[in-house]
Ligand binder design. Structure first.
Ligand code: HEM
Length: 453
């Protein structure tokens, strides 16, 4: 054993923090206020645990330990029970499957998300953003979050299935929305299963929504299979893909699970990132002005393209910084499936591990003035020294977001396309708070006045 390995494995003591001390500020999260929790976490050690009944909840407050959890030691963990609810909706898709099954699916699906492929979707992203903005009237009041949800939904519908937004897509989206509410109920409520047995209205609508979702998905899959054509969408690619080990393709059931997963994971997160970006820009006119300057200089009034994404350096920094302050997936969990040593800290089988991009990305040891919106902190000379997992809005390791390249492309192109011609002004009566269930949704939407530039 080398000295370095021996040092890494040397046992360390993990501090126990009284559950009341850690969880009391967390209760405020439910009201959409994270500030107390951030303050508390900043005072706590790099790793600590609380007891919740027989369980230990281990919180990771350090970038190197986060890397160990998500990358180095990933084999010792599964997703936590928070994902059980999603599993009931998404089946055994990428987000919810585990181990060898997950890896096999990941190898099959990942090529569809390589940058070159994703570049092909740029025109569609810009087209839908332009269509959305064409429907706006100067000075009108809109719920910008609603607009972002609609446009990202249209984009994922088109890029995944080549489906235009119409009655069908609306049905799918409505069913998804109901199903999402359902999965949240399970995430939040440990006795969720109990609801399933009750003939209550919400349970009936969930069953109806799941049935609608399945019908629509299988119909879309059947049509694609029957046509045998590569229509350039993600589903066509998935239909053609073959497993490396035996050369077969995915079954309809597996395709259903993967499609619903990608559809669901692929639009709300980006919509949330965009909504908070518009909010931040509306609160920082000097940054907004610099953004406009870049867009005018680079685009000179024409529509943005995939090639522009590299040129729009400040736009990228704005979007990066927005996801630092408001990471759409603000926290996620793992459960240890066996005892293991996390850089010398003893983790026991069954421990619940908490990973929070929101909290980590506001730690002052990594980010000067961590609560300030400062896109220039992402200038290469200022961000070069940052530890890898001080910023991880897309997670990391084998479970890292498969749609990351898609999300960057979509986020940057949508900010560019909209801000090129429009400014957003937050409505004076807007209530800003989180609705922190699975993602960092703005609880009361994002009411804004849109002004033509
Ligand atoms: C700003 C936008 C997005 C954010 C912040 C985001 C965030 C994340 C995070 C944090 C994870 C890891 C969760 C964990 O480890 O427990 C994840 C996984 C995933 N994301 Fe995203 N995501 C975004 C956009 C997308 C898009 C556009 C797609 C697809 C089109 C997508 C599909 C997925 C899938 C399938 C997984 C599971 C990957 C696996 O476990 O192999 N995401 N995402």
């Amino acid at each position: 054993m080398t000295t370095a390995t021996a040092a890494a494995a040397a046992p360390k003591t993990m501090k126990r923090v009284a559950a009341a001390r850690f969880f009391a500020p967390l209760l405020k999260l439910r009201n959409g206020d994270f500030s107390a929790a951030v303050e508390r976490v900043r005072q706590l050690p790099e790793i600590f645990y609380c007891r919740l009944g027989p369980r230990r909840v281990v919180y990771i407050n350090d970038a190197a330990l986060m890397e160990a959890l998500l990358v180095k030691n990933h084999k010792h963990y599964h997703k936590d029970s928070g994902y059980d609810a999603l599993r009931r909706v998404l089946g055994n898709g990428l987000l919810t499957s585990e181990d060898a099954f997950h890896l096999r699916q990941r190898r099959m699906i990942q090529p569809a998300f390589h940058k070159k492929r994703v570049d092909n979707y740029a025109a569609c992203m810009v087209d839908y953003a332009e269509r959305m903005a064409r429907g706006w009237q100067d000075g009108s009041r809109l719920d910008i979050h609603h607009e972002m949800m609609n446009v990202t939904l249209s984009i994922i519908g088109k890029t995944m299935f080549n489906a235009e937004v119409g009655a069908e897509a609306a049905r799918v989206s409505e069913a998804l929305e109901t199903v999402l509410r359902y999965s949240e109920r399970y995430v939040i409520n440990a006795v969720g299963n109990f609801f399933d047995m009750l003939p209550i209205e919400s349970t009936r609508s969930v069953h109806h929504a799941l049935a609608t979702l399945d019908t629509e998905m299988y119909r879309i899959i059947d049509e694609h299979r029957a046509s045998g054509k590569d229509t350039g969408d993600l589903l066509s690619m998935l239909l053609q893909a073959q497993y490396e080990d035996d050369g077969t393709g995915m079954s309809n059931e597996q395709l259903r699970d993967e499609c619903i997963t990608l559809f669901l994971a692929g639009h709300e997160t980006t919509a949330i990132a965009l909504s908070w970006t518009w909010y931040l820009l509306s609160q920082h006119p000097e940054i907004e002005a610099r953004l406009h300057e870049e867009l005018d200089a680079v685009l000179q009034g024409r529509s943005a393209t995939a090639e522009d994404v590299e040129r729009l350096a400040f736009t990228r920094r704005v979007f990066t910084e927005s996801m630092r302050l408001y990471p759409p997936a603000f926290g996620f969990g793992r459960q240890a499936i066996r005892d293991n040593s996390l850089e010398g800290y003893a983790i026991r089988k069954g421990d619940n591990m908490v990973a929070s991009p929101y909290m980590m990305q506001r730690l002052p040891q990594y980010f000067e003035q961590p609560d300030t919106f400062d896109p220039d902190r992402w200038l290469p000379e200022r961000s070069a020294q940052l530890p890898k997992f001080a910023y991880f809005p897309f997670g990391g390791g084998v479970r890292k977001c498969v749609g990351e390249a898609f999300a960057w492309m979509e986020g940057i192109l949508l900010v560019a396309t909209v801000a090129q011609h429009w400014k957003m002004r937050l409505a004076p009566d807007a209530r800003i708070a989180f609705d922190p269930k699975v993602t960092l949704r703005p609880r009361y939407g994002m009411p804004m006045f849109v002004e033509k530039r």
